[in-house]
Design a protein around this ligand. Structure first.
Ligand code: COA
Ligand code: AMP
Length: 653
C-alpha cells in the first residue's frame, strides 16, 4: 500500500489524562522482560499444574504461552469465587427489555447451573476436545453453555444469531461439532426470529451432521424437535438436577483450545480463530484492572453479543475471571424502549463501566441529541465508557464525553487478538486523549507501521500496521486445523510480524491511529463483514455477469455495503427486479447482519488495463470524497457513469 505523511496536529483533550500514568513503567517492564511480565500476571490465575515454560518459541506456529501448565477456565471464572467468599454475589444479571425480564444469578447459582448443564453434555457424549456449536440468543443459557463446555474441556464455537443457515453450515463443516446447542428463537427488538428452522436448514446443508442438538424452548416461539436428534434443554437439565448430577471441572493444558470463533476473511469462507485456555485467562484478567480500571465485586456492562469476540471476552470470561458482576443485555441501544435504555441499565444495576461500539452511541445521539433521557437516571456509579469494534469518530466521542462527563475511551482490537491491542489504560492512570486515536499499545504488543517492503516507517507516516512476533498471551496461536492458512493470512506478508490488515500510523508520542482496512473487510455497525463473501453471493445470481461490493460511509452504521452489478445480456428481468432479488439473496445466504440493502445495476465496472476493479476509487466517489483519475484506468468515462448511478440513489453527494 502507499504511504502518506500525516499532519500530526490532532486535537488533544486532557480531560482524561491524570499526568501520572503508570503506563510507561508497565510497558517498559514488559519490554525489558516479557516472560517475567506475564509470569507475574499469571499469578492471578489458579493453575492445577504450573507452567514448565512461560513461553516456548519452539512450539506451535510462532511459539506457545504457559507450556506444560494445566488449568480450567470455568473453575477460574466461577468455582474459585464460590470457594473464596463470592458465593452470594451476583455473577450474572440478565436484563432483557425485549422480554420484560431481569434475572440475577449469584456465583453459587451460576456454578450450579453450569455444573448441571455440563453433566447433561457429558451424558450426551461430549468430552474433552470435542467441539460444541452454540447458536444462541442473548439468554443466560448461552453463558451457561459456554462455561459448561469449558468445565469439561470441550471447545465451544458460538455462531452469532444474525447469520443465516449457510453461514452456520460452513461453521458446522469446519468445526465438526458433536453437539449443537440452540434455542427456539431470538428476540430482535419487536421481532421474534425463529432459530430452529435456520438450524435445521444448516444441518441439511452441512456435510457434517452433529450427533444431537439440545434446544432451549423460549416462550416466544416453540421449536419443533427432530426425533432421535433433538432434545429438550429444560427437560434434560431438570432430569440431571433431580438426579443430582453435576460435572466437576476437568483440567486441560493451558495450550488446549477454549473456543473457536469464526470471523470474516477475504472470501466467503470464514477463519476459525483458535483461542487457547491459559494465555487468554492471563491476558483478560490483566486487562480488567489495568485497562478497564475495574475491581472485583464491581458491575461491568458490555453491550455486545456473545456471538462476537467482545462478548466472549467482556460479557463472559473477563468480568467473571475478575469476580465482577456481568450484565447480559438482550436489547438495543435505542427502541427497547427508547434512547435511555443504556442509562437505565447502568443506573438500575450500578454498572461502573459500559463497553459498546461507537455505532450504538451514534444511534442514541440521532434519537436523543440532547440526551434528555439521561435526566431520568442516577449514573453516580458510572466511571467510564469504552468504545471498540470500529473507528470511534471524534464527534461521537466528544458528544459522549459531554453528556456523560466521564472518560470516553476508544480502544482497538480484533477477533484474532482476543483482548485490546491499543487502549488508554484507565487502571494504570489514563493518558491524555487524542481524538481519533485509541491511544497506546498495551504491554505485550510491539505495534509497528510498515511500508510495502516491510520496512518500519517514521512517525506520522501512514502504512500497514503489524505486530512484532510473538503475539502476547490471549492472541490466536493459529486457526482451527489450518496452520498453513494462518501463516498465509497473517505471517507471510511481513516475515517476523503478524499483519493486522489495518492501516494507520503512529505519532511522535507513540499514539496509534487506525484509519481503515487493507483488505476487503468492512465494518457495519461494529460487525465485521467480507465484501468478497457478498460478491460471491451476488455472482451466484443467474442474471449477474460481474459485480463489486464496496463499503460506503453511513452516518449511523459507519459503513454499509453497496453492490454494483453488471447484468448478462439478454436477461429477461428488469434491473429493479434483479436488484431486489440480490438484496434478498444476501440476506438469505449471509444473514440480516450483512445489512445489504443497496444493489445498483451499471453498464460496466471501472477497471485497470490489467482488469482489476477500481474499488478504492468507486468508494471515494460513493463517499463524496475528492478523487483522482487512476492513470491505469481502462476507460475513464465509466467512473462518470458510476457517479451518476450513485447520485440517482442519493449517494456520493
Ligand atoms: N439475530 C437475528 N437478527 C439479527 C441479530 C440477531 N442476533 N442481530 C442483528 N440482527 C438483524 C437486525 O434485526 C437487522 O435486521 P433488519 O435488516 O431486518 O433491520 C440486521 O440484522 C442488521 O442489524 P444491525 O446492523 O445491528 O442493525 P439494527 O438496525 O438492528 O441496529 C444498532 C443498529 C446501531 C442499534 C445496532 O447495530 C447496535 O446496537 N450496535 C451495537 C454494537 C454492537 O453490538 N457491536 C458488536 C461488536 S462490539
Ligand atoms: P473484529 O474482529 O470484528 O473485532 O473487527 C476488528 C476490526 O475492527 C479491526 O481490524 C479494525 O479494522 C476495526 N476496529 C476495531 N476496533 C477499532 C478501533 N477502536 N478503531 C478503529 N478500528 C477498529
Amino acid at each position: 500500500m502507499t504511504t502518506t505523511r500525516m499532519t500530526s496536529s490532532q486535537e488533544t483533550s486532557n480531560q482524561n489524562g491524570s499526568g501520572r500514568s503508570r503506563y510507561h513503567d508497565a510497558y517498559g517492564r514488559w519490554q525489558s522482560d516479557p516472560e517475567w511480565f506475564w509470569e507475574e500476571a499469571a499469578r492471578e490465575i489458579d493453575w492445577s499444574k504450573a507452567a514448565e515454560r512461560i513461553f516456548d518459541p519452539a512450539q506451535g506456529v510462532y511459539g506457545r504461552w504457559f507450556v506444560g501448565a494445566e488449568c480450567n477456565a470455568c473453575y477460574n471464572a466461577v468455582d474459585r469465587h464460590v470457594e473464596r467468599g463470592r458465593a452470594g454475589q451476583a455473577a450474572l444479571i440478565y436484563d432483557s427489555p425485549v422480554t420484560g425480564t431481569i434475572r440475577t444469578f449469584t456465583y453459587h447459582e451460576l456454578r450450579d447451573e453450569v455444573a448441571t448443564l455440563a453433566a447433561v453434555l457429558q451424558e450426551m457424549g461430549v468430552s474433552k476436545g470435542d467441539r460444541v456449536i452454540l447458536y444462541m440468543p442473548m439468554i443466560p443459557e448461552a453463558v451457561f453453555a459456554m462455561l459448561a463446555c469449558a468445565r469439561i474441556g470441550a471447545v465451544h464455537s458460538v455462531v452469532f444469531g444474525g447469520f443465516a443457515a449457510r453461514e452456520l453450515a460452513t461453521r458446522l463443516e469446519d468445526a465438526t461439532p458433536k453437539l449443537v446447542l440452540s434455542a427456539s428463537c431470538g428476540v430482535e427488538g419487536a421481532r421474534v426470529v425463529p432459530y430452529k428452522p435456520l438450524l435445521d436448514e444448516a444441518i441439511a446443508l452441512s456435510a457434517h451432521k452433529p450427533q444431537a442438538c439440545l434446544i432451549h424452548q423460549r416462550p416466544q416461539a416453540q421449536a419443533v424437535l427432530v426425533k432421535d436428534r433433538d432434545h429438550d434443554w429444560q427437560a434434560a437439565v431438570a432430569t440431571a438436577r433431580e438426579a443430582g448430577r453435576k460435572a466437576p471441572c476437568v483440567a486441560v493444558a493451558a495450550t488446549d483450545p477454549l473456543y473457536i470463533l469464526y470471523t470474516s476473511g477475504t472470501t466467503g469462507r470464514p477463519k476459525g480463530v483458535l483461542r487457547d485456555t491459559g494465555g487468554y485467562m492471563v491476558a483478560l484478567k490483566w486487562s480488567m484492572k489495568n485497562l478497564y480500571g475495574v475491581d472485583p465485586g464491581e458491575v461491568y456492562f458490555c453491550a455486545s453479543d456473545v456471538g462476537w469476540v467482545v462478548g466472549h471476552s467482556y460479557i463472559v470470561y473477563g468480568p467473571l475471571l475478575h469476580g465482577c458482576t456481568s450484565i447480559l443485555y438482550e436489547g438495543k441501544p435505542v427502541g427497547t424502549p427508547d434512547a435511555g435504555a443504556f442509562w437505565r441499565v447502568i443506573a438500575e444495576h450500578k454498572a461502573v463501566v459500559l463497553f459498546t461500539a461507537p455505532t450504538a452511541f451514534r444511534a442514541i445521539k440521532k434519537e436523543d441529541p440532547n440526551a434528555t433521557h439521561l435526566q431520568n437516571y442516577d449514573l453516580s456509579s458510572f466511571r467510564a465508557l469504552f468504545l471498540a469494534g470500529e473507528r470511534a469518530d471524534p464527534d461521537t466521542v466528544q458528544w459522549a464525553e459531554r453528556i456523560l462527563g466521564v472518560p470516553v475511551i476508544d480502544h482497538w482490537w480484533q477477533t484474532e487478538s482476543g483482548w485490546p491491542i491499543a487502549g488508554n489504560p484507565l487502571g494504570l492512570g489514563a493518558l491524555p486523549v487524542k481524538y481519533g486515536s485509541p491511544t497506546v499499545p498495551m504491554p505485550g504488543y510491539d505495534v509497528q507501521v510498515l511500508d510495502e517492503g516491510g520496512r518500519q516507517l517514521p512517525a506520522d507516516t501512514m502504512g500497514s500496521i503489524a505486530i512484532k512476533l510473538p503475539l502476547p498471551p490471549g492472541c490466536l496461536p493459529t486457526l482451527w486445523h489450518a496452520d498453513e492458512r494462518f501463516r498465509d493470512a497473517y505471517l507471510v506478508t511481513y516475515p517476523g510480524y503478524y499483519n493486522t490488515s489495518d492501516a494507520g500510523f503512529i505519532d511522535g508520542d507513540g499514539y496509534v491511529y487506525i484509519m481503515g482496512r487493507t483488505d476487503d473487510i468492512i465494518n457495519v455497525a461494529g460487525h465485521r463483514l467480507s465484501t468478497g463473501g457478498m460478491e460471491e453471493v451476488l455472482a451466484s445470481h443467474p442474471a449477474v455477469a460481474e459485480c463489486a461490493v464496496i463499503g460506503v460511509r453511513d452516518s449511523l452504521k459507519g459503513e454499509v455495503p453497496c453492490g454494483f452489478v453488471v447484468l448478462k445480456s439478454g436477461v429477461g428481468q428488469s434491473p429493479a427486479v434483479v436488484e431486489t432479488e440480490l438484496v434478498g439473496l444476501v440476506r438469505e445466504k449471509i444473514g440480516p447482519v450483512a445489512a445489504f440493502k443497496i444493489a445498483i445495476t451499471v453498464g460496466r465496472l471501472p477497471k485497470t488495463r490489467s482488469g482489476k476493479i477500481l474499488r478504492g476509487t468507486m468508494k471515494k466517489i460513493a463517499d463524496g470524497e475528492t478523487w483522482t483519475m487512476p492513470a491505469t484506468i481502462d476507460d475513464p468515462a465509466i467512473l462518470g457513469e458510476i457517479g451518476e448511478a450513485l447520485r440517482k440513489r442519493g449517494l456520493g453527494e
